[in-house]
Design a protein around this ligand. Structure first.
Ligand code: B3K
Ligand code: ZN
Length: 882
């Protein structure tokens, strides 16, 4: 394979527009087994003021040039240089448009990177973001080059009866000799990363949608043969997304068709190509027997996310890849809001915050740290990160908190109006809110530049009928050298009385502005004073996680316990309880590690039991409240010198202690939540009941003397959510039992031909808490169903182990690290992007204890020292070791 690793760093400050503009692209794509011929007719024009001597430099990647014409004439060899990575043309017209015809020949079958044009289970498909179009033809392959496209596809009717591209269908017909064609026209100018085509033998689920202004849109979801029935929920989610964007943001769809194609080999979740979204089939195909409630929620979110990109990403795109959060952070914010409206707002918010802390915080506090808007990169694909996406969404949410709903909407309206058709920047975006909101966001914009998680320290003083809150913000030093200046932090809060009511108190003094329930902290520290009378209120601070910070609040234990019981803000209740439980587990892990006696706080266990049974709360919220933090989460609370064995024992002990405190009640509660056989519905309320049942299962399982009841539950399960919960408890609590083996064999036997369920089977085993886990994952690698070339399967086994089995991956003898490193080396030769993504599992290696640090570093250095690593993987390894 050709490598393009020249070690080059791309810098934001070097941005300048292209010398040439592209007006239109006409593509002819001839697909045949073994080869694809591409003919691109590109209308270009030298921009005003660009010197005659400036050559046209087009990007390529592993390309083979088979022909080149300028305005209909073959280009003489002395006027161009072509390498697989570049096409340079000289002596081009000084003024006016000209036409370049470029012919390339591709080999989609051998394209294992899954970037550009490739084949997935026989289906021709494309992935062009970020820099995949240059693997199809030579082009100015960057987001600020916008053009209209027309695409003609030709293929055998037998292998590819379905021919799709961006935009609207224009014509189709027969070519004789078993060949046929289709022409697609996309009237909306777009950057090349949104180009897509699909050709194959696919089934479809069809539907229609009429937009608010009366446009009739034909919707279709294409799937592998025989599976279109599993796309029904995705279709429903799509229509709900279309209505929601009209109502919430006034955004309508703008083509006559909207097509989604589900394919099995895909590097990420999905891709928002204009009018032709391509999806990992994991985010389309569902039925109760094969998909969990989590899968249903995931499909709904990703369908919405890609659809919402039509406005935030496609109609308004990014000027350069440094602005990636402009489309990703904003679109995540939009999909989070959609899910909150469709399901439960507090449950959605808690899940998002939980995800942020699990993924983004470690990234922001480790070697892969970068600002939401980075200023340099070596490989852009490595910047599709939790920081750009999830923290990016938090920044949009903070703008909404600062402006309030109405002014926020006005800012969004202005953004859509002013920048439709543009390749925009974060500055453009912020300016819209400044103008519509009548506010200066200069200080706020530091959130885009300064990396790291700020610490917010809150302390309370109560005297003479007055409560003084002191707030202090601090950004730890060394944050990627991007500055540590104070942020504008919106801090939502409430003062709660002993009956669980918010007190309506205005501050009587203070040096921070307070607007309603939001404190605007803009200095490093501030104090705010409230006249409370003689009773000290409970301080519920940082409600709804109104700023992405680490909160240090020296709150009294009894106040936390009270808030866990009666904070009228559901997020506040969850946080109060979670903080108590986290503290309990951290203490237990430290005691385990030091060989001290471990005790689990009775009052906290009692609070967990009460929350589980609190009928006033929706079951989904109770499920989130009673789920003990995972081992990785406890590790983060410990912070440094992590001993995963001690954490594992501490968590086990906590499950048993919780079972001792409430086991009988949990059993009874679980049976009241059970649904009659065959009554499955994926709606949020039903899913919430199943979630609570599942959340209690590990607790109950920890008290079982025999695995038999778990096997019984597994066998009786009527849907995948219950089935997976049962088999997970079985494998995690009784890994060596004959029952666990029997269940795994039965699961395999039943779902052997279902790729998405088999992924779960691999992951489940990769997360088992056994001493010989490294040997076990090695055996799974040799399993006939393991396929390193399929990203879902690779993630299921390698990612399942590296990120889902803390104790196994971080085994003290280093075998876990070495096994993963070896897999990364193999995978890198096939698919650098997926290898690089999996390599981020090493990002917290410095937080472990000294023996583990030593073996992790050795494994990383050995891998980093290998020859011919991709730019993707070596970029991650270099930064991880820095
Ligand atoms: N925009 C794509 C991600 C592309 C990733 C390229 N490495 C999916 C999304 O965020 O919606
Ligand atoms: Zn996105």
């Amino acid at each position: 394979m050709l490598r393009t690793d020249d070690g080059q760093t791309i810098r934001l400050e070097d941005y300048r527009p292209t010398d040439f503009a592209v007006h239109h692209v006409d593509m002819l794509v001839r697909l045949r087994d073994g080869a694809a011929e591409i003919r691109a007719d590109i209308r270009l024009e030298r921009r005003e003021g660009v010197a005659m001597s400036a050559p046209l430099v087009l990007d390529g990647d592993e390309l083979v040039l088979t022909g080149l014409w300028l305005d209909g004439e073959p280009v003489a060899p002395e006027r161009f240089d072509a390498t697989p990575e570049r096409l340079v043309l000289r002596d081009l017209p000084a003024r006016g448009p000209f036409g370049l015809r470029i012919e390339t020949r591709l080999s989609p079958e051998t394209n294992t990177q899954l970037m550009g044009l490739y084949r997935s289970d026989g289906v021709w498909c494309t992935q062009c973001e970020a820099e995949g179009f240059r693997r199809i033809t030579y082009f100015l392959d960057r987001p600020d080059v916008l053009a209209t496209y027309r695409v003609r596809l030709e293929a055998d009717r037998a292998s590819a009866p379905i021919l799709l591209a961006n935009g609207n269908p224009l014509e189709s017909g027969d070519l004789g000799e078993g060949r046929h064609f289709a022409v697609w026209d996309d009237p909306h100018p777009k950057p090349s990363y949104l180009f897509a085509l699909v050709a194959g033998d696919l089934d479809a689920l069809h539907d229609r949608f009429t937009t608010a202004s009366g446009r009739d849109v034909a919707l279709a979801i294409y799937t592998e043969k025989g599976l279109s029935g599993r796309a029904a929920y995705a279709m429903d989610a799509l229509k709900r997304s279309m209505i929601w964007d009209e109502r919430r943001f006034g955004r309508e769809y703008d083509l006559d068709v909207f097509n989604i194609v589900a394919i099995s080999a895909f590097n990420m979740g999905a891709m928002e190509n204009k009018g032709l979204n391509v999806f990992n089939h994991k985010y389309v195909l569902l039925d109760p027997d094969t998909a969990t409630d989590g899968d249903y929620a995931g499909v709904e979110t990703v369908i919405a996310h890609e659809y919402f990109h039509n406005w935030t990403g496609n109609r308004i795109t990014c000027r350069d890849w440094f602005q990636l959060c402009l489309k990703e952070g904003l679109t995540v914010y939009r999909d989070q809001e959609f899910s909150a409206d469709e399901r439960s707002r507090p449950v959605k918010r808690i899940s998002s915050v939980h995800g942020l802390k699990a993924q983004q915080f470690p990234e922001d506090q480790g070697p892969l740290q970068h600002p939401v808007r980075p200023t340099r990169y070596r490989e852009i694909n490595n910047f599709y990160t939790a920081t750009v996406y999830e923290k990016g969404a938090e920044l949009v949410r903070m703008i909404e908190t600062i402006l309030g709903a109405a002014r926020f909407r006005a800012g969004m309206d202005l953004y859509f109006e002013r920048h439709d058709g543009d390749a925009a920047t974060i500055e453009d975006f912020l300016r819209c809110f400044e103008e519509a909101g009548g506010i200066d966001l200069w200080q706020f914009s530091r959130w885009y530049h300064q990396a790291g998680t700020p610490v917010l320290t809150v302390s309370e003083r109560f005297a003479n009928g007055q409560l003084t809150l002191r707030l202090e913000q601090d950004l730890p030093k060394g944050a990627a050298g991007t500055g540590t200046e104070p942020f504008h932090m919106p801090i939502r809060f409430g003062l709660v009385d002993a009956q669980g009511h918010d007190l309506a108190l205005e501050p009587v003094a203070g040096d921070a502005e307070v607007e309603g329930d939001v404190i605007h902290l803009t200095e490093r520290s501030a104090e705010i004073v409230f006249d409370t009378g003689e009773t000290r209120p409970l301080v519920s601070i940082l409600r709804d996680f109104s700023a992405p910070v680490t909160l240090r609040h020296d709150q009294r234990r009894e106040d936390r316990l009270a808030l866990a019981r009666l904070d009228p803000n559901p997020f506040g209740r969850w946080r109060a309880l979670t903080d108590l439980v986290g503290e309990m587990l951290r203490e237990a892990a430290l005691a385990e590690g030091a060989g001290r006696a471990v005790r689990y706080d009775e009052a906290v266990l009692d609070a967990l039991c009460r929350s589980a049974g609190d009928a006033a709360l929706e079951p989904a919220l109770r499920a989130l409240m009673v789920t003990l933090p995972g081992e990785a989460e406890i590790a983060r609370l410990v912070g440094s010198e992590i001993d995963p064995e001690a954490i594992h024992r501490a968590r086990r002990g906590a499950l048993r202690a919780l079972n001792a405190a409430g086991g009988a009640g949990f059993q009874a509660l679980r049976s009241t939540l059970a649904e009659p056989a065959g009554a499955f519905s994926p709606d949020a309320a039903s899913a919430g009941r199943r979630a609570l049942r599942a959340a209690l299962l590990p607790v109950v399982a920890s008290g079982l003397a025999s695995p038999a009841p778990l096997l019984g539950e597994f066998e009786a399960a009527g849907n995948m959510t219950d089935r997976l919960a049962a088999i997970t408890a079985l494998v995690h609590v009784f890994p060596a039992s004959a029952e666990a083996q029997a269940a795994l064999a039965a699961f395999f036997g039943r779902f052997e031909t279902d790729a998405l369920v088999l992924d779960k089977w691999f992951t489940l085993q990769a997360t088992a808490p056994t001493d010989d886990i490294v040997e076990a994952v090695e055996r799974l690698r040799a399993h006939p169903k393991f396929d390193l070339g399929n990203p879902n399967r690779a993630r299921a086994l390698i990612g399942g182990f590296a990120t889902g089995n803390q104790r196994g991956f971080n085994r003290a003898d280093g075998a876990g690290y070495r096994w993963v490193a070896e897999r990364l080396a193999e995978l890198d030769r096939l698919n650098p992007q997926t290898a690089a993504r999996l390599a981020t599992a090493f990002r917290s290696w410095r937080s472990f204890d000294a023996p583990r640090r030593a073996v992790a570093e050795a494994a990383l250095r050995e891998l980093a020292g290998r020859k011919d690593l991709s730019r993707d993987l070596s970029d991650i390894l270099t930064r991880t070791l820095e």
